[in-house]
Design a protein around this ligand. Structure first.
Ligand SMILES: Nc1nc2c(c(=O)[nH]1)N[C@H]1C(S)=C(S)[C@@H](COP(=O)(O)OP(=O)(O)OC[C@H]3O[C@@H](n4cnc5c(=O)[nH]c(N)nc54)[C@H](O)[C@@H]3O)O[C@H]1N2
Ligand SMILES: Nc1nc2c(c(=O)[nH]1)N[C@H]1C(S)=C(S)[C@@H](COP(=O)(O)OP(=O)(O)OC[C@H]3O[C@@H](n4cnc5c(=O)[nH]c(N)nc54)[C@H](O)[C@@H]3O)O[C@H]1N2
Ligand SMILES: [Mo]
Length: 669
């Protein structure tokens, strides 16, 4: 008899869907979206077909030890006891020689479940005195900007998009990256809202928008500053709002002053009239809503760009009405402190920025000799891929990869450990768009011998002799600790027993500057916060100071961007799609290089090269080429992906990755 279980999706996505999972004889046979207001009874294709991942023939079923050279992916099964004892032995030997910092735990977004990271894992690595990982590969610049200006005040909820009369999707592609927002945008359009998309590519929603602005990648800062300047010089800035609710607007105005529309047009590659029209439409519209995405942050100006975009609704006076203002990450709706599970605070060991993992593996002193990868596929997702690869190839490096499937990174491991998926373990999930909190309970037994993060890290804590008597170790007990750590919330455990979806205390649909205010000390928006300004200066420019891409290097005239693919979440599920992926290029750029549709090419710069075919496409603006993020080595002819062409240069704020700041040349092979 089929049984339907209600659970939730914790993948790295804004939507936080509630799921109905059908099982028959202990196997998952079907996944559907529950009929909640946001999930709306439908799922993205990734999770709809999650059973393909769950039962993938590349699923890791047992722990295993490497038998061939690193990278080849030949392993022999071993028992959990053997694997964990081997890890304890190898890690301990290295710690004895080099100290605890020789260990680098490397994790990111594989599971956004609250129990799968920062709980038992943090306990283990904290007590070992391991190096600390700065988790900066995504949302670090935007998080810094949102904290500095608004103290991470959550933005407009999905439902309130329907109330907006003007919506700008700025560097975000919900048709791939969070599809449950799309019906709300459509509903707004049906009620007469204007839709503007700002993206160097014609995304699906750009095709259906009233206006599509396709700026050169990395120039959003200039575009936003030009609008700010225009609002002030045409007396359309809301001085009353700024006087009451902000600080620093005079300084922001001064910093925007150089950016006349004409100058901004030449930098962004947009027509002067389009910029003026955009600014005046925005000034006229209400409720006007900017939905900012993550495409914008991934370049040298990314932090300042996000800050300038988030400043727009303050300058234009767009808050105070339902559907007006901004929305980006709403992760600030919940303030959990999962590391309460750790107990005593860990020692302040050295910090390694994950965007410079390759460099750290090759150059750090004391050296990194023990690497533990979980919730991540760094070889395929981090910048400067060839340096990461060289690092992973080091014979003296002992690498553990704990994953659900045999990823490209796992092929370099000394020991692989099989991880459960969210259908096989307990967890807590909450989105960063839709802000509901869900409890996840397993619906099937683990495939093979797969185990959860909580179990494996807990087991390692014991085997290293680092357990503290009486501390919480089970998923249930850790869950209770995490729930109790939530600032400003009460009785979350009991509420999750009663309700299938729990809303944060801030409410699901705050009207900004009416129900919800910045979480800064004075509840005002700080338009030029000192700490952000200092941080940006330490990276070579003041806050809001535009840094052009170097123009002296004419060898690499094309800008490469790497947006999200519909079928994967970053690289998760990539084992299911081995087919070749093409580089999108504008026909004019192709013609200039004697390329036709399907031509095999090398895409290259000083950091590396990718070999693949080209696909001619009017969807990208001239001067821009596209190779999606999250590819696996099997998707290109030489096993490298766009990450091989991305430098480990950091963003102006937050130490973020500059994936959309790569410059390349393309030539036929
Ligand atoms: N299906 C699917 N869903 C996902 C993910 C996935 O990989 N696949 N990833 C998840 C994660 S980890 C994240 S962070 C979010 C990301 O969600 P999004 O922000 O929507 O993702 P991206 O596709 O990285 O970037 C959005 C858009 O920015 C554009 N862009 C690139 N450079 C620039 C620029 O300089 N300026 C402007 N204005 N636009 C630019 C790209 O063309 C792209 O269309 O999605 C999450 N959801
Ligand atoms: N070129 C380029 N690269 C990018 C980006 C870009 O825009 N351009 N965007 C970046 C972004 S937005 C992000 S967020 C990063 C994401 O980069 P990563 O954090 O590396 O994310 P994934 O590639 O999804 O890999 C997650 C892995 O975790 C595993 N996993 C899932 N759940 C669990 C679990 O419970 N336990 C364990 N042990 N493992 C689990 C999955 O099987 C998967 O292999 O990639 C970045 N990479
Ligand atoms: Mo991300």
């Amino acid at each position: 008899m089929p049984t339907v279980h209600t659970t939730a999706c914790p993948l790295d996505c804004p939507d936080a869907c509630l799921l109905q999972v059908t099982t028959e004889e202990g196997r998952v046979t079907r996944l559907d979206g529950a009929s909640t207001e946001i999930t709306g009874g439908f799922l993205c294709r990734k999770v709809k077909s999650f059973d393909r991942h769950l039962y993938s023939d590349q699923r890791l079923a047992t722990p295993a030890r490497r038998v061939g050279p690193k990278g080849e992916g030949r392993f022999e099964p071993i028992s959990w006891d053997e694997a964990l004892d081997l890890i304890v032995r190898e890690f301990s030997q290295r710690v004895e020689v080099h100290g605890g910092e020789t260990i680098l735990p490397l994790s990111y977004g594989g599971s956004n479940g609250l129990l799968s990271q920062d709980t038992a894992d943090a306990r283990l690595f904290g007590r070992l005195g391991a190096s600390r990982l700065l988790r900066t590969v995504c949302a670090a610049p935007s998080g810094r900007a949102a904290s500095g200006l608004y103290g991470k005040m959550p933005g407009v909820g999905y439902q309130d998009f329907a109330a907006a009369r003007w919506i700008a999707l700025w560097g975000v592609n919900p048709s791939a990256s969070g599809i449950h927002l799309v019906p709300w945008i459509r509903q707004a359009q049906k009620s007469g809202a204007r839709l503007v998309v700002i993206d160097p590519r014609r995304t699906p929603l750009a095709s259906q928008a009233d206006v599509h602005l396709a700026p050169r990648p990395g120039t959003d800062l200039v575009l936003a500053l030009a609008v700010i300047r225009w609002l002030f010089t045409t007396d359309r800035a809301d001085l009353e709002f700024l006087g009451t609710h902000s600080s620093g607007w005079q300084e922001l105005r001064a910093r925007a002053e150089p950016w006349t529309v004409a100058r901004a047009a030449s930098v962004t590659g947009l027509p002067v009239e389009a910029l003026e029209q955009f600014a005046s439409d925005y000034a006229d519209a209400s409720p006007a809503l900017i939905r900012c995405g993550w495409g914008v942050e991934r370049n040298r100006n990314g932090g300042s760009a996000i800050a300038a975009i988030l400043a727009l609704p303050a300058v234009a006076g767009k808050f105070g009405v339902r559907g007006g203002g901004y929305t980006m990450s709403n992760s600030g709706a919940w303030r959990f402190a999962p590391t309460v599970a750790v107990g005593a605070p860990p020692p302040p060991t050295r910090a390694i920025n994950m965007n410079q993992t390759g460099r750290a593996l090759l150059e750090a002193t004391p050296p990194i000799t023990a690497l533990f990868v979980y919730n991540a596929n760094p070889l395929m997702t981090l910048p400067q891929q060839s340096a990461v690869r060289f690092g992973l190839e080091r014979e003296d490096l002992f690498t553990v990869v704990f994953d659900q499937v045999m990823t490209d990174t796992a092929a370099y491991a000394d020991v692989v450990l099989p991880a459960t998926t969210f259908l096989e373990h307990r967890d807590l999930a909450r989105g960063y768009g839709n802000t509901v909190l869900h409890r996840i309970e397993p619906v099937v037994e683990p495939v093979g011998e797969a185990r959860s993060n909580v179990d494996v890290f807990g087991d390692l804590v014991r085997r290293f002799g680092l357990a503290v008597p009486g501390e919480a170790t089970s998923a249930e007990d850790l869950e209770a600790l995490v729930l109790r750590s939530a600032d400003g919330e009460r009785d979350l455990g009991e509420r999750l027993d009663r309700e299938i979806e729990v809303q944060p205390a801030t409410g699901e649909r705050p009207v900004l500057f009416v129900d919800s205010f910045p979480r800064t000390a004075d509840r005002k928006v700080h338009l030029v916060p000192d700490d952000l300004d200092r941080e940006a200066q330490s990276q070579g420019a003041r806050l809001y100071e535009y840094r052009p891409a170097p123009t002296e290097d004419q060898r690499y005239p094309l800008a490469l961007i790497s947006p999200a693919l519909r079928r994967t979440v970053s690289s998760t599920f990539g084992q299911l799609y081995p087919e070749a992926v093409a580089l999108e290029i504008h026909p004019d750029d192709a013609a200039a290089r004697s390329l036709v549709d399907g031509s095999p090419v090398r895409v290259f710069n000083d950091l590396g090269e990718v070999r693949c075919d080209v696909q001619l496409s009017e969807r990208v603006r001239p001067g821009v080429v596209v190779l999606p993020k999250g590819l696996w080595s099997h998707n290109t002819a030489n096993g490298s992906t766009s990450n091989a062409l991305c430098s480990d240069h950091l963003t102006d704020l937050g130490g973020g990755a500059t994936f959309n700041d790569a410059r390349v040349e393309v030539e036929p092979v």
